[in-house]
Design a protein around this ligand. Structure first.
Ligand SMILES: Nc1ncnc2c1ncn2[C@@H]1O[C@H](COP(=O)(O)OP(=O)(O)OP(=O)(O)O)[C@@H](O)[C@H]1O
Ligand SMILES: [Mg+2]
Length: 360
């Protein structure tokens, strides 16, 4: 089972212990909280060591934010370590003023959750050093925290089965590969998924690396690690990621049934583009009066790709250009011809007002 880390200042020990108790009652029973009356060097280092050791099990780190925590020297150290491990961070606010005392680089990426303030509260009762402790938290904040943790929950149990849009789906896939809809029945790869998500989050933050490769011998589960593993979890983290559908090169990597353009046409509004392949209509605009995809379109795009066959060039009025000269990618030798194709295509098809509608 995955693990949650709680970072807090000694001053907020009661609240931290109560939160741990509440987390336990709400499905997160593996919470690391170091309660030490003298939270000095040993406790601080212990926390960091424990986080490093549990890096491939820890799904989220919760920071209990108060003025004391903001001033504590451990706050920054624990935050920096958490950030360097690319963990999901939640800020649980015990005093609003404390947020102002934190540098904005710390708070901009977090999901903040307010546990005190005006509104209905819930009392959490638990035990600290053999004494009973009762703490009030905002009910709305707790509901929000629970929903947030559900979202970062990696394990299969955090996904629906059967999938809502496929109630008859068979859990035994037979010869069919496991797909994104099978996240709820894909087990045994939590550590790899967590490592992958942390790595991708780090790549997104730093922006230095842009290629993430899953490499393995044949049939070891590479595709499964991506489809029912990483993809549904990245999709849920929609504040940071926007995954396209998997693309399979097959015979036509760009425009085939599982090509790049198909992935874009499902999620994006294609304002201009040739048909995708023989099986599908062009998916530009509605199909027979119906939208071509039931989900919301997330972006708009156009596909300008002239037909470079001889009849295609003839149709553009470029019969004098030899097709084979302009079919080679980045052909320097015939760059002037390629330029002519682009210009002729633009004259015939580019419609700035329509294609850039809403942008100009
Ligand atoms: N965690 C898992 N639990 C049960 N079955 C699994 C798991 N991961 C993969 N499989 C099954 O193992 C087989 C191989 O998986 P998958 O197709 O993902 O491997 P692959 O490495 O992508 O293979 P290839 O090299 O052929 O592309 C599939 O039948 C898949 O359903
Ligand atoms: Mg595969």
């Amino acid at each position: 089972m995955a693990r949650i880390f709680l970072s807090h200042s000694t001053t907020d020990e009661r609240q931290a212990v109560a939160l741990k108790h509440w987390l336990g009652q709400n499905g997160s029973d593996d919470v690391f909280l170091d309660v030490d009356p003298q939270r000095g060097l040993i406790a601080g280092e212990r926390w960091q060591e424990a986080l490093k050791r549990a890096a491939d099990r820890c799904e989220a780190v919760l920071f209990v934010i108060s003025p004391a925590w903001a001033k504590s020297k451990w706050c920054l150290a624990e935050f920096l370590l958490t950030k360097s491990l690319n963990k999901r961070i939640f800020g649980l606010v015990l005093k609003d003023e404390a947020i102002g005392e934190l540098p904005s680089e710390m708070t901009s990426e977090w999901q903040l959750c307010h546990l005190v303030g005006p509104g209905k509260t819930e009392m959490v009762t638990c035990c600290l050093r053999e004494k009973s402790v009762a703490v009030d938290f905002l009910t709305e904040g707790l509901i929000w925290l629970k929903a947030g943790l559900q979202q970062v929950g990696l394990h299969a149990e955090f996904f629906h089965w059967p999938p809502q849009d496929d109630p008859e789906r068979a859990p035994y896939r037979g010869l069919q590969p496991l797909d994104t809809a099978d996240a709820a029945i894909y087990f045994g790869r939590d550590a790899e998924i967590l490592q992958g998500l942390d790595k991708l989050r780090g790549m997104r933050t730093l922006g230095a690396e842009s290629l993430f490769v899953i490499l393995g011998a044949s049939d070891t589960g590479k595709s499964s690690c991506l489809r029912p593993g990483l993809l549904p979890r990245l999709t849920r983290d929609d504040r940071h990621f926007f995954p396209l559908r998997p693309i399979r090169p097959e015979r036509s990597p760009l425009f085939g049934e599982h090509g790049l353009d198909m992935a874009c046409r499902l999620l994006g509004e294609c304002r201009f583009g040739r048909p995708i392949d023989r099986e599908h209509h062009d998916m530009v605009g509605p199909f027979e009066g119906r939208p071509n995809f039931s989900g919301a379109k997330q972006f708009v795009y156009v596909r300008y790709d002239p037909d470079l066959s001889q009849p295609g060039l003839d149709a553009l009025g470029l019969a004098d250009i030899k097709a084979t000269n302009v079919q080679t990618l980045d052909s320097i030798e015939h760059i002037a011809d390629i330029q002519k194709v682009g210009e002729a295509f633009a004259r015939k098809h580019l419609n700035v007002a329509e294609h850039l509608r809403g942008f100009i």
